[in-house]
Write a protein that binds this ligand. Structure first.
Ligand code: SF4
Length: 717
């Protein structure tokens, strides 16, 4: 029996795992007691990783050889890697020549490793000559990125997990961390046990398990977060709880914001949010006086048509009270996916460049071009996730290369996404699992390795870089994602720009990481002092860790110097704006979506284990008992949930976790168990048949947390 130390492949907590195996099969997994994210703990998903990687599951779910459709509509046929790579490169080169670089869209994933991300990003921006690469992290974290940059000057979460134990007030807003980040929740529970004076405020429209454990639950109306934060700032000013010294020394732009929040009185805030005035006052007092105060937040803020404003308005509260840059204080965004952070570090999005550089900055583009040895990096931003699929549905994007993600289930407005996948001339799906809905649209299927087989690094929510190590060989003919991207890049270069083939001469994952490391030199996330060897000997490290350093920095901005040009943090004078699609007489329910405790994304891995259905065994729409009574519904009745874009049929579940006129459907269930269709009657998968593609104008993150829907009983014959 052998053991290999690695990292869990699910959420952004980034727990360390020890994989037990015999060199061929993974036989067990346990938490790594040395890993500073989890100290040996695992949640139900992490603790069953070995079962989802068993030989019998692999035989049923994995994509084990390259395949391609020899004609559209025909069945995919197994082909050799040579054939698959040659065909892929031939077709991409043909479309590139015929329609230009922007006819190709590459859509990747926050579940790829940093090394995978780096090669994909360089392939698009350094070889194809466009910025048409985006990631499912756009659906997850891009509002947090935009919020940090707008206020603190850099996409850098300033806090660390250790802050949980130093905080006196913990403001959890837009996060059900008890289910979405379970091990972090256990750490928070430990902190409250050790310090019974610690208070938790949870702002969430639903009474989630996290909200159940709060000292104060603020069940605000969907989309009213900015109104709440402005109302809290109004009270902090009124009660003299702002830190005028910190504001004067370390910030700018406070006067405009102070004027804006003048009208956000407790009464007005109560009207806009639906909260009790007394609760708003209590929250403000705890936030401003029971300090240090730590905010933890996630998709409730990010997945919104005003996601950047929500993030920035929350950060305003920390700047106004000086609750940042010290133990137990700060705005701490939790990342949903295991490597959303690493993807941002390499600039793997349509508007970013390597090393947290901005595409819009000519100096930054020149630096990256020099690093890569190319004449230039194009200035025009690529299309972001929703836009890319809309452009493919319109016929402008001709090729979609999708890696390690399942847009035919996870993207909003499935009718458009499926039109895109049908209309594109070439759909390449690079995947470990043959079972995703997107695989059914692929012209070319490229089998990829996954957890237990991959080699590289990931970065978790607290900026900590951990190694992902292979324990067993890849099954069948599966190959590493970076290797597939490298081989396609070299073949494409041979067809389009032979002199650039050498840019992708990577023999190992580490060789890619070393180039990425160099791209961070002098940047806020400088990791030039870090190496695979140091990760081996000293364990996971937080960034920055510049050359000569011996350990990463735990907490940022401790000296009050921010990452802006003048070192001052910027207050964001943002307006409260209503939801993109408010409910009305035709669509009278607010539909919310989110995670379950024991499932992950489209369930291609967790859905293979019976025991993970023990917590929630069937898909349902949660509705308040009053609404059930009004609509004459009983638990288990089949209902039709309709929006302007499509509908889903599923059973109703009685729940007082949602308020009257609100409803909730978990994001995980797909077409196997949740039937849906678009307004033209075509079959669709999952809750995203009804969600809307509206997105935040700054972050371009779609509003997955709210859609206006109608709910009617289905009368079975
Ligand atoms: Fe994996 Fe997240 Fe669970 Fe940790 S908390 S074991 S990273 S899913």
């Amino acid at each position: 029996m052998r053991e290999t130390t690695s990292t869990c492949c699910y959420c952004g907590v980034g727990c360390g795992v020890i994989i037990e195996h015999d060199g061929v099969q993974i036989t067990g997994v346990r938490g790594d007691p040395q890993h500073p994210a989890n100290f040996g703990r695992l949640c139900s998903k992490g603790a069953t990783l070995h079962l989802t990687a068993s030989a019998s599951v692999t035989r049923q779910t994995r994509l084990l050889s390259p395949m391609r459709r020899l004609q559209r509509g025909g069945p995919p046929q197994p082909v050799s890697w040579d054939d698959a790579l040659t065909h892929t490169a031939d077709e991409l080169a043909r479309l590139h020549r015929a329609h230009g670089p922007e006819s190709i869209g590459v859509y990747i994933s926050g579940q790829l490793l940093t090394e995978d991300y780096y090669v994909f990003n360089k392939l698009v921006k350094g070889l194809l000559g466009s910025n048409q690469i985006d990631t499912n992290s756009r659906l997850c974290m891009s509002s947090a990125v935009a919020g940090y940059k707008a206020t603190l000057g850099a996409d850098a979460p300033p806090c660390a997990y250790d802050d949980l134990q130093h905080a006196q007030t913990v403001f959890i807003t837009g996060s059900n961390m008890a289910w979405a980040h379970p091990v972090l929740m256990r750490r928070l529970e430990d902190a409250r046990r050790a310090n019974p004076t610690q208070k938790w405020i949870v702002a969430d429209p639903r009474r989630t398990e996290t909200a159940e454990s709060a000292d104060l639950h603020l069940p605000l109306m969907p989309g009213s977060d900015v109104a709440l934060y402005h109302g809290l700032l109004h009270l902090l000013l009124w009660e003299g709880l702002v830190d005028t010294g910190f504001i004067a020394q370390h910030t700018e732009g406070f006067d405009a914001l102070r004027d804006r929040v003048r009208d956000h009185t407790p009464r007005e805030t109560a009207r806009l949010t639906g909260l009790a005035e007394d609760d708003i006052v209590t929250a403000a007092r705890w936030f401003g006086s029971h300090t240090p105060t730590l905010s933890l937040y996630c998709q409730g803020l990010n997945q919104s048509s005003s996601g950047t404003a929500k993030n920035a308005a929350l950060i305003n509260l920390h700047l106004a009270t000086g609750q940042i840059g010290k133990p137990g204080a700060g705005p701490f965004s939790l990342t949903g996916q295991p490597n959303a952070m690493g993807g941002r570090e390499v600039g793997g999005m349509a508007n970013l460049l390597s090393g947290h550089r901005d595409l819009g900055d000519p100096t930054h583009r020149a630096e990256v071009a020099r690093l890569w040895g190319v004449p230039e990096v194009p200035a025009k931003p690529g299309l972001t996730a929703v836009e890319m699929f809309e452009a493919a549905a319109d016929g402008q994007v001709k090729a979609l290369w999708i890696a390690c993600t399942n847009p035919a289930q996870s993207m909003p407005d499935q009718a458009t996404v499926r039109r895109a996948l049908e209309r594109a001339e070439l759909v390449i799906v690079q995947e470990a699992f043959a079972t995703t809905a997107t695989c059914a649209f692929a012209d070319v299927l490229l089998p990829a390795t996954t957890w237990g087989e991959k080699d590289g690094t990931v970065t978790n929510s607290e900026r900590r870089i951990s190694r992902v190590r292979p324990a067993v060989p890849a099954p069948g003919e599966a190959r590493h994602d970076w290797l597939i991207a490298r081989d396609v890049a070299q073949q494409l270069a041979a067809r389009l720009m032979p002199e650039r083939a050498a840019l992708f001469d990577y023999p190992t994952a580490e060789s890619i990481w070393l180039e990425h490391r160099e791209s961070t030199r002098g940047r806020d996330l400088d990791i030039t002092g870090l190496s695979y060897e140091m990760l081996e000997t000293r364990g996971p490290q937080q960034w920055p860790l510049p050359e000569g350093g011996s350990a990463g920095r735990v907490r940022l901005y401790e000296d009050g110097h921010f990452a802006t040009a003048n070192g001052r943090a910027r207050f964001a004078d943002v307006a409260f704006t209503p939801l993109a699609e408010p409910r009305d007489a035709r669509y009278p329910f607010s539909l919310n979506t989110g995670r379950l405790r024991d499932q992950w994304h489209g369930m291609s891995r967790t859905g293979t284990l019976g025991r993970l259905y023990g917590h929630e065994g069937w898909p349902g729409v949660d509705m308040h008992p009053q609404d059930l009574q009004r609509l004459r519904l009983n638990e288990g009745d089949l209902v039709r949930v309709r929006s302007r874009r499509g509908e889903v049929l599923l059973p109703v579940r009685r729940s007082d976790s949602v308020k009257p006129t609100q409803a909730f459907i978990a994001m995980h269930w797909g077409e196997e168990v949740l039937s849906g269709r678009d307004s033209a009657g075509r079959a669709l998968a999952g809750v995203n048949a009804v969600t809307l593609p509206s997105f935040c104008p700054q972050s371009r993150q779609p509003e997955l947390k709210h859609a206006a829907v109608a709910i009617d009983k289905v009368h079975l014959p």
